[in-house]
Ligand binder design. Sequence first.
Ligand SMILES: Cc1ncc(C[n+]2csc(CCOP(=O)(O)OP(=O)(O)O)c2C)c(N)n1
Ligand SMILES: [Mg+2]
Length: 334
Amino acid sequence: MPKPNDKQLQMILEDMVVARTQAGRLWNLQRQGQVGTIAPIDGHEGAVVGAVHALETESDWVLPQYREPLGLRKYGPEVLDTFMLYNLGHPAGGHIPDPIKVTPSQISLGASIPHAVGLAWGMRLKDEDGVVLVFFGDGASSEGDFYEAGNLAGVLKVPVIFLCINNQWAISTPTHMQTAADSFASKAEAFGIPGITVDGNDPSSVYEAVSDARIRATSGKGPTLIEATVYRLGAHTTADDPTRYVPSDDLSAAQKNDPVHTLTKEMKDRGLWSDSKQEEVETVALERIDDAFEKAKNTPLSVNSLMDHCFTSDTSRQSRQRSFLTNSAGELNE
Ligand SMILES: Cc1ncc(C[n+]2csc(CCOP(=O)(O)OP(=O)(O)O)c2C)c(N)n1
Ligand SMILES: [Mg+2]
């Protein structure tokens, strides 16, 4: 399997540090009542960033669940900007502009998995290069959408990579209450596709697994299911109190495997990272998130954005709604 080289590892660590830093800022902004609900990425950085760095941004699609957006920096600043707009209630904020191949966050568990399979099938029918990588959680894997999409993908051999991030929890439901299977990867057997489990705290392992799955997919051999095991280090969302159900011993043990700290230490030991580099990356990350937040805050809510991006042209009902809302826009904004 192809491994990331040192330069790539530095970029991976940089993106992981950016994601962790920005997640902390968003948490504080939510506590100040300035932004909406946030699902922190803490603990998932290695899995998300490692996976994305194995993709080609020009040809490969990423379909996130909701915890990934801060880890998708490789796909460009538009991902963060639109995420901020979306968080502040702009409907069109979910629409990431072309040619960025990232879809909006998906709150409805599992719903993006059939989309991923359809997209990959369409790409193959149109003879387009590239693959589709869909992120979902251990909890989302219990949805019928996962089984239906996985089955169809296996039959059609479409270029899709199913990346299940098993963070041991679905809000307060632990994995032993989620499935009686030995692993989430083992579910691949029923789809007739390979299923592998990798250490999601190690971005190199995830990078290698995704690279391998990508080679398989682009050479017409079909999908792969990858289970990346991590531990959710933060709350489920800003609306959750994990101290009520996460055993403190489990959390302390998981903190010892914190993916950001582990890679930082390893890279420092190898002379590939330093405290000053860390400080510089954190400073830029904070400037960037504050800038995205200010921009989103100062973007007026647009009535049109409610209906743009639904269809190529409005249905007659949408046209009526659009003109009604446009006429009462002043009142709505107040
Ligand atoms: C179809 C559906 N059912 C239930 C929910 C409520 N819900 C939101 S997040 C969540 C847990 C998801 O867990 P997992 O897929 O493991 O992702 P994680 O939050 O752990 O990253 C649940 C049950 C939902 N959003 N959609
Ligand atoms: Mg989970």
